[in-house]
Design a protein around this ligand. Structure first.
Ligand code: PLP
Length: 425
C-alpha cells in the first residue's frame, strides 16, 4: 500500500495501472480501467466523444461536431437517424400499450407479420430482438424439422468468413477466423464450406445434414456477394437432397441490396429467412420467417419476453411501409449504381482494386492495409467527420441510409478523396 501511495505521487496514472497490471497477474479489470474511464464494460475501444443527436445521414457529438454517417449503426438505420415515420409510430404505440406480454396477440405484431408474408415467399413469422436471436431461432427450427422429418439430422452447413451473431451457437455457425477457439468448445454441427463453390457444399452433405445457411451477401466477411450461378445451383441442390435453405438477411435484407429481400436478387425461394438490423430501422427488432412446410415449433420450443412486443413491431410496420412505398427500392438501386460509379472513379484515380457489393451495401478494395487508418482520419476530420467502416484492413465498407441523397454521396466521395490523397502510398 505504501509503495502504491508513493507511486501515486510519482507516476502518471497510466503507468501505475500498467505496473499494477504486471503485479496483479494481468487482471483484465486493470486493463479495462485503462481503456474505459466509465463504468461501461470494456468490449471495444471507443473514441472519447458521445453521440448526442442524429438526423437522416448526419450524427452530432457532444462537442457539436457533425458526422456524415455512412455506417448507420452497421446498416441498422435503413431510413437514417430519427426517421419521422418511426418516431410517430413509437409515440403513438407507446401511448397505447408497450408490452401486454408475449402470451397475447397484439395488433402491430399481426400487421407486421402479414406485411412480411405478403411481400415474400414465407408464410409464418416469429419476432425477436437481435440478428443473433433470429439466427438461433432458425438453427432451432431447422434442428426441430430435422428431428421430425430427417431422422434427427442436425448439421447445418455454413460458410467460411460468414457472420451469424455472437451467441455461442451463432458464433459456432459463423466462419470468422479465430472464433472456433475463442469460447471453446463450440456448439457441434456447423461444417464450413466455401462461398460460391458448390462442390465444397456437396462434399459436406451426409445423412446428418439438415440445412445450408448463408448470407446472400457476406457483410462482415468483406461484402462478398454470392453469385447468381451459385445461389441458383445451391437452391436446386438443397431441394434435390431434401434439406433446408436458410438465408441470413440480417445485414443484406430490408432493401439494402435494392430488393426488399436479398435472395430476391437471385430469383430463388428459400425455406427460412432471418431479418434484423434494417427491419427495426434502429430499434431492437428481428424476425425469423419460414414456409408453412417448415413451421414445426410446438408450444414451449420457442419464445422470449420481448418477442413481438407492439412497440417494436409498430416501428417495423413503419419501416416496411416506407421501404415498399412506390419507387423507394428503385431509388436504392439507382443510388447503389451511383455510389458504385463514384467508388470506381476513386479506385481508378488512386490505383486501387475496384469495388464490390449490391445496392447500398458496398466495399472499396483498397489494395493495401490502410482501412483502419482511413476510418480514423475520416472520423477525426474537422470541422466535419465522416463515419465509414473497415471490416478488413484492405477494405472500406459503405452502408448509408437507404434514403441518402446523391449530394450526400458526392460529399462522402469528395471527403474520401482527400483522405486517400493523404494516405501512405
Ligand atoms: N447476421 C448477420 C449477417 C450480421 O451481419 C449480423 C450482425 O452484424 C448478425 C447476424 C448479428 O446481428 P445482431 O448483432 O443484431 O445480433
Amino acid at each position: 500500500m505504501q509503495i502504491l501511495l508513493l507511486q501515486l505521487l510519482i507516476f502518471p496514472i497510466e503507468e501505475i495501472l500498467s505496473s499494477l497490471k504486471l503485479k496483479i497477474n494481468n487482471h483484465s479489470f486493470i486493463e479495462n480501467a485503462m481503456h474505459d474511464p466509465h463504468s461501461v464494460m470494456f468490449i471495444t475501444k471507443r473514441p472519447e466523444i458521445e453521440m448526442v443527436s442524429g438526423h437522416g445521414s448526419w450524427l452530432v457529438d457532444n462537442n457539436g461536431k457533425q458526422y456524415l454517417d455512412f455506417m448507420q449503426g452497421w446498416a441498422v438505420n435503413c431510413l437514417g437517424h430519427s426517421n419521422p415515420g418511426m418516431i410517430a409510430a413509437l409515440d403513438t404505440q407507446a401511448r397505447k400499450v408497450i408490452n401486454p406480454s408475449p402470451a397475447f396477440y397484439n395488433a402491430p405484431m399481426i400487421e407486421l407479420a402479414d406485411l412480411l408474408t405478403a411481400n415474400s415467399c414465407f408464410d409464418k413469422v416469429f419476432f425477436a430482438n437481435s440478428g443473433a436471436e433470429a439466427n438461433e431461432g432458425a438453427i432451432k427450427l431447422a434442428r426441430k424439422w430435422g428431428k421430425i422429418h430427417k431422422n434427427s439430422a442436425y448439421e447445418i452447413i455454413t460458410f467460411d468468413h460468414s457472420f451469424h451473431g455472437r451467441t455461442i451457437a451463432t458464433m459456432s455457425a459463423s466462419g470468422k477466423p479465430g472464433w472456433d477457439t475463442i469460447f471453446a468448445p463450440q456448439v457441434d454441427g456447423f461444417p464450413k464450406a466455401d462461398l460460391n463453390d458448390l462442390a465444397s457444399v456437396e462434399k459436406l452433405i451426409n445423412e446428418k445434414t439438415v440445412a445450408v445457411m448463408l448470407e446472400p451477401v457476406q457483410g462482415e466477411g468483406g461484402v462478398i456477394p454470392a453469385t447468381q450461378e451459385f445461389m441458383k445451383a445451391l437452391r436446386k441442390l438443397t431441394i434435390e437432397k431434401g434439406i433446408l435453405l436458410i438465408v441470413d438477411e440480417v445485414q443484406a435484407g430490408c432493401g439494402r441490396t435494392g430488393k426488399l429481400f436479398a435472395h430476391q436478387l437471385f430469383d430463388i425461394e428459400p425455406d427460412i429467412m432471418t431479418l434484423g438490423k434494417g427491419i427495426g430501422g434502429g430499434v431492437p427488432l428481428s424476425a425469423l420467417l419460414c414456409t408453412d412446410a417448415v413451421a414445426c415449433f410446438e408450444p414451449g420450443d420457442q419464445g422470449g419476453t420481448y418477442n413481438g412486443n407492439p412497440l417494436m413491431c409498430a416501428v417495423g410496420i413503419s419501416v416496411i411501409q416506407q421501404l415498399t412505398a412506390t419507387g423507394f427500392l428503385e431509388e436504392v438501386q439507382a443510388k447503389g449504381e451511383y455510389l458504385k460509379e463514384k467508388l470506381l472513379q476513386l479506385s481508378e484515380k488512386y490505383h486501387m482494386d475496384g469495388e464490390r457489393g449490391e445496392g447500398l451495401l458496398r466495399a472499396l478494395k483498397l489494395g493495401r492495409d490502410i482501412g483502419p487508418d482511413l476510418v480514423e482520419s475520416a472520423r477525426n476530420n474537422n470541422p466535419t467527420g465522416l463515419l465509414i467502416n473497415s471490416p478488413r484492413p484492405n477494405l472500406l465498407r459503405f452502408m448509408p441510409a437507404l434514403n441518402v441523397s446523391r449530394e450526400e454521396i458526392d460529399q462522402m466521395i469528395s471527403m474520401l478523396d482527400v483522405f486517400l490523397s493523404q494516405a501512405p502510398k
